[in-house]
Design a protein around this ligand. Structure first.
Ligand SMILES: Nc1nc2c(ncn2[C@@H]2O[C@H](COP(=O)(O)OP(=O)(O)O)[C@@H](O)[C@H]2O)c(=O)[nH]1
Ligand SMILES: [Mg+2]
Length: 228
């Protein structure tokens, strides 16, 4: 099996309008990276659109959620011997340019995970309610883990998986973002936040998580922790 240094793991659920562009940009910009796309049983044409030369396309036969899709990609990357993993959304909200500085930082070896922060970086058109919700969730993260972050729910991150093969997401759905901060604490991983650029387009705002769903995410997190 080939050794790969960096893998980009991209969870996909019903993104057929944008996913091909997102993947193609990554292939063009990072030809030496392993690109792993996990289609989470999309109901639209996402799987077909993701079938692009140069990527590994994995498919869930039922919809399991973003956390599960990420873990499927992480397991595959580990099997291929990848050293670092970048998690990257498929809805066009993340910026491919941000990957290189994250990888350069983690390769220095003094941190084990680099967490993206939209509050250190630039965010275009972030709705005010989302801004307040995200600021509130910092306190939630601090109370539950003791870790203070400027942005605790950002899907853009780089992980040294070679050093932490035991890094495993168990919360299948959206509450995995909070779970990851708990994993950082439990495994005593050295972390740093770095600025990243989030684009709130009309498309991603219509499709992304609603504020009501955020309440479900918090419930999911506590139930998940109880049955851990
Ligand atoms: N909503 C949702 N997204 C999923 C799922 N599985 C994978 N994803 C992907 O996870 C990423 C983030 O989802 P999104 O709904 O945009 O979350 P938000 O950016 O936090 O509002 C996108 O790339 C989705 O395509 C799922 O079951 N539900
Ligand atoms: Mg989104």
């Amino acid at each position: 099996m080939d050794k790969c240094e960096v893998a980009i793991v991209i969870p996909v659920y019903n993104e057929d309008k944008v996913v091909a562009k997102v993947i193609s940009e990554l292939i063009e910009r990072y030809p030496s990276y392993t690109i792993i796309v996990v289609d989470d049983a999309s109901k639209d044409e996402s799987c077909k659109r993701s079938c692009i030369q140069g990527v590994f396309l994995l498919k869930h036969s039922i919809n399991l959620g973003q956390g599960a899709a990420l873990q499927t990609g992480i397991d595959f990357a580990k099997e291929r011997g990848c050293g670092y993993i970048v998690t990257f959304d498929s809805d066009g909200q993340h910026n491919p340019e941000d990957i290189k500085p994250f990888i350069d930082r983690i390769k220095k070896g003094d941190v084990d995970i680099v967490l993206g922060s939209r509050f250190l970086g630039k965010s275009e058109n972030m709705p005010t309610i989302k801004r307040y919700f995200l600021k509130l969730s910092r306190f939630f993260t601090w109370v539950t883990t003791g870790i203070w972050l400027t942005d605790s729910h950002n899907g853009f991150r780089a992980i040294n998986i070679e050093k932490f093969p035991q890094f495993e997401i168990r919360q299948n759905r959206m509450s995995h973002a909070s779970e990851i901060i708990g994993i950082i604490k439990d495994l005593k991983m050295k972390y740093v936040e770095m600025p990243c650029h989030i684009r709130y387009t009309e498309y991603s705002l219509n499709k992304g998580q609603s504020m009501w769903n955020s309440i479900n995410i918090v419930i999911d997190y506590f139930v998940g922790n109880l049955i851990k």
